[in-house]
Design a protein around this ligand. Structure first.
Ligand SMILES: Cc1cc2nc3c(=O)[nH]c(=O)nc-3n(C[C@H](O)[C@H](O)[C@H](O)COP(=O)(O)O)c2cc1C
Length: 213
């Protein structure tokens, strides 16, 4: 396994600096499938609670489907101009993945069966509790993948915009999203036609507290 050493230069900071929410895209750009899959694979490398990989990516490239999505996304033009809209969904029944995730680890000799059984039991136990836990987990973990997707896209020379402004109920209906998944956000993905509007950030002094409030 390769290890990163402290003197290695990784241009992740550059990618982070350059990512901005782009809302004007070149129309008619098709992203080659290998590039799209490289971006999705990078997103799926995100960490997740118990490695349950709560994200699902509904990739919308079909022009008719994008048109259908337009009013659901409150007529935000970027939906139809971009190359693909990726709906990031979160799995509210992610404990159903426990058996296969840990079964594979056992098969590959990465984990003893006994440890797997303990973990799988723990996971099902956590998901049995009433309350917001499964939904919180779905949104939390899928959001990590969404962020990673945006950075991976930028690394490949594409731009994105995260969108929370859409009618979730209408989206679920129109795209036949199974009950098991909650729509977390939409990401537009494509080639920028215009730069994003500049965005400001509060100074760290207003956002960071050391040790305790
Ligand atoms: C959860 C979330 C929802 C957002 N929803 C929208 C949206 O519906 N439409 C839009 O144009 N931008 C949306 N944005 C983009 C923000 O406006 C943008 O990230 C912010 O202004 C900072 O700009 P920057 O991303 O270019 O740095 C959303 C961002 C996030 C994280």
């Amino acid at each position: 396994m390769s290890r990163t050493t402290f003197d290695e230069k990784i241009d992740v900071f550059q990618v982070i600096q350059k990512r901005q929410s782009v809302r004007k895209y070149e129309k008619g750009v098709q992203i080659p499938n290998e590039e799209l899959e490289a971006i999705l694979n990078a997103a799926a490398k995100a960490p997740s609670s118990w490695n349950l990989q709560h994200w699902r990516f509904l990739v919308i490239t079909d022009e008719a489907k994008k048109k259908e999505l337009l009013p659901i996304g409150y007529n935000q033009q970027q939906i139809v101009d971009c190359s693909a809209v990726i709906a990031v969904l979160g799995d509210v029944e992610a404990d159903k993945e426990a058996e296969s995730v840990y079964g594979e680890a056992v098969e590959k000799g990465l984990m003893p069966e006994k440890v797997k059984e303990t973990l799988v039991g723990q996971i099902h136990g956590a998901y049995k509790n009433e309350g917001p836990f499964p939904r919180d987990e779905a949104v939390l973990n899928a959001s990590l993948a969404a962020m990673q997707l945006m950075l991976a896209a930028k690394g490949k020379g594409y731009d994105t915009c995260p969108m929370g402004g859409f009618n979730r109920h209408a989206f679920v209906e129109a795209f036949k999203v199974p009950e098991r998944f909650v729509p977390v956000m939409l990401l537009t993905l494509g080639k920028a036609q215009e730069e994003a509007h500049p965005s400001m950030r509060k100074p760290l002094s207003e956002r960071v507290v050391y040790n305790s409030f």
